[in-house]
Design a protein around this ligand. Structure first.
Ligand code: PMV
Length: 354
């Protein structure tokens, strides 16, 4: 190939799962299908500079010899290098040219550092997009479908949920009978009808605890091996995804709330009933959940919560209720957030080159 050097920049968003991915098999194959809303504002922006190595160097390269520098917010970040190294090792068989280049990966997040918001989904998605962009430069004939599907497959190998941060507003990852094209290997845009109730759906992320994660997702997924409720849980995820197919079509927000809140609590229930066991919610997580339930009962406004593997709360609600819900959040929920911090986000489209 003749591409000597250059650079690309892609940004990729975070996503929030409605049906949760928790438990995996070898090679980042999910134990159950999941579905997420793609976010819009919480993003990783990654610049990839590449320069072809001298041929004598690349001939001498040994199999573990990737050459890259990593900058986070403009400064070298040694701590992130092993994760990137492992990622490159996993994807090399799909992108053999990566050994021929030296890379400088320059990355930053739009959300505050150590906010307790996982940046692995957006970070791995942004890096996968850049590397695919280089493949396209080397092979301009590849189609858009191939480009995005392979980007999602690569992102999955970096961090499972990252495959849902590539393209589309609602993304499904994992084989599911009623979802044509769905795969364990990559995320696909939700292919069925979606009611207007979900248009510009809002996600306000309440930062309850910005500390380091108590349980990494790697450890978390492992907890599902030999978990007493694993098989039931995996079956339930399929059922909940089936319910959501119908709910997305008919716009029934009452039913949506039931599935989404139950999924969030089940995720935490799995952690509470594994060995070793963990409680990742904080007292303020429960205060917020109770306040949301009270507000919903009193106002009938269809606002609900979901949770990641941590204490922060994602508050989900229709765009048309934005004014009143934001007022409620400011009046009654901000007091439960660390330093009063929260992030307003909404459904977005996926990764973009910029
Ligand atoms: O992508 P991972 O391995 O970091 O796992 C993410 C797991 C959850 O965020 C808890 C659920 C999900 O589906 O995103």
């Amino acid at each position: 190939n003749t591409v000597e050097s250059g650079n690309f920049q892609w940004s990729a968003p975070s996503n929030i799962a409605l049906v949760k991915y928790w438990g995996k098999k070898d090679n980042q194959i999910p134990a159950n299908p999941s579905v997420s809303f793609t976010l819009n504002n919480c993003k990783t922006v990654t610049k990839l500079a590449f320069a072809k190595k001298e041929s004598s160097i690349s001939l001498n390269a040994t199999s573990n010899d990737f050459s890259f520098d990593l900058l986070f917010e403009g400064k070298p970040k040694k701590e992130f290098k092993p994760k990137i190294q492992k990622f490159l090792e996993r994807i090399e068989i799909y992108l053999p040219f990566i050994k021929d280049y030296h890379f400088t990966i320059d990355t930053e997040n739009t959300f505050p550092h150590s906010s307790g918001i996982a940046s692995s989904a957006s970070g791995m998605a942004a890096l996968a997009m850049n590397l695919m962009r280089l493949e396209k430069e080397l092979n301009p004939a590849i189609t858009d479908d191939y480009f995005f599907q392979k980007a999602s497959m690569l992102a999955r190998l970096g961090s499972g949920s990252a495959c849902r941060s590539i393209k589309g507003e609602i993304v499904v990852w994992g084989n599911q009978q009623n979802i044509p094209g769905s795969s364990d290997l990559f995320g696909v845009e939700f292919p069925h009808a979606v009611h207007d109730n979900f248009k510009n759906f809002q996600d306000t992320i309440l930062l309850v605890d910005k500390g380091e994660k108590q349980v990494s997702s790697t450890v978390g997924h492992e907890l599902m091996h030999n978990h007493p409720f694993a098989e039931q849980r995996f079956a339930q995820a399929h059922e909940n995804l089936d319910k959501l197919i119908e709910i997305f079509e008919n716009g029934n927000l009452k039913e949506f709330i039931k599935v989404v809140e139950s999924e969030a609590l089940t995720l935490h229930a799995m952690m509470m009933t594994s060995m070793p066991y963990f409680i990742l919610m904080k007292p303020n997580t429960l205060e917020i959940i109770n306040a949301i339930w009270k507000f919903r009962t009193e106002t009938k406004i269809p606002v609900c919560f979901t949770l990641d593997a941590g204490a922060n709360v994602h508050v989900l609600y229709p765009n048309k209720d934005k004014g009143i819900v934001l007022q409620f959040i400011q009046d009654e929920l901000v007091g439960f957030c660390q330093n009063g911090q929260y992030i307003c986000d909404e459904i977005g489209q996926g990764a973009v080159e910029n």
